[in-house]
Design a protein around this ligand. Structure first.
Ligand code: AP5
Ligand code: MG
Length: 216
């Protein structure tokens, strides 16, 4: 299966993609996580990406496409989180999938109202190493500042500062909302309201993609 999870910053794409990957064995491909790993490793791409990410702007399409196009035919199936985010990226994904003869099975649009998104992002922290997201109010790590999953340090993302969050919302509306319409014209978008507990959102998501035993 090839699933695209779409939704504004803070919609819960990472939270749900992790759960879905765990329960199905599908490969979770998050361009945001990949870029943060490049930043942490101090690579050339990481240095370039950081200058865009800290302001809440998108990293140029060519870098993103190069990072992801070789990964789309994973036999376990893929869960795309945060990609594609522009029409150029969506077209590049179509081309890459066409080459390997694999279609997108479902695009899931996770909607959450803006006030809740801002609240979620202002309370978010992530693991520096494995990038597991936490909510410091409702889902804090069991031990302060330590990741439950891998034991590494839990930190606040540089782009979760209020100014960057504001710009991320704006950029999403300008550049990513059109991608949703691109897919809607094909009729393969499932809409879910991604509020309520993460468990209840997971249930809605599983129904939306008509999860069966074999996801590959
Ligand atoms: P990316 O890392 O993809 O950030 P984003 O899209 O802004 O989304 P987030 O990761 O902030 O939110 P999420 O939807 O994953 O929510 P989460 O599960 O963490 O991208 C970062 C940057 O990288 C971009 O701004 C850009 O610069 C660059 N980039 C990445 N991809 C790119 C691309 N394709 N092209 C160009 N540039 C790119 O949840 C958020 C919080 O809410 C957490 O605290 C979580 O615990 C909590 N939460 C989750 N679910 C619930 C719930 N049901 N109830 C209450 N709280 C919840
Ligand atoms: Mg995320």
């Amino acid at each position: 299966m090839r699933i695209v999870l779409m939704g504004p910053p803070g919609a819960g794409k990472g939270t749900q993609a992790r759960r879905l990957a765990e329960s199905t064995g599908m490969k979770h491909l998050s361009t945001g996580d990949m870029l943060r790993a490049e930043v942490a490793a101090g690579t050339e791409l990481g240095l370039l990406a950081k200058s865009f990410m800290d302001k809440g702007d998108y990293v140029p399409d060519s870098h993103i496409i190069a990072m992801i196009e070789q990964l789309v035919d994973d036999p376990a199936g893929i869960l795309l989180d945060g990609f594609p985010r522009t029409i150029v990226q969506a077209e590049a994904l179509d081309e890459a999938l066409e080459k390997v003869g694999l279609p997108i099975d479902k695009v899931v649009h996770m909607s959450v109202d803006t006030d809740e998104l801002v609240l979620r992002l202002s309370n978010r922290a992530i693991c520096k190493k494995c990038q597991t997201p936490y909510n410091l109010i409702s889902n804090a790590p069991s031990k302060d500042g330590v990741c439950d999953n891998c034991g590494s340090e839990v930190i606040v993302r540089d782009d979760d500062k209020p100014e960057a969050v504001k710009n991320r919302m704006k950029v999403y509306e300008e550049l990513t909302a059109p991608v949703l319409n691109y897919y809607r014209q094909r009729g393969n978008v499932a809409e879910i309201v991604a509020t309520g507990t993460p468990d209840s959102v997971f249930e809605k998501l599983s129904q939306a993609i008509e999860l069966t035993q074999s996801a590959g």
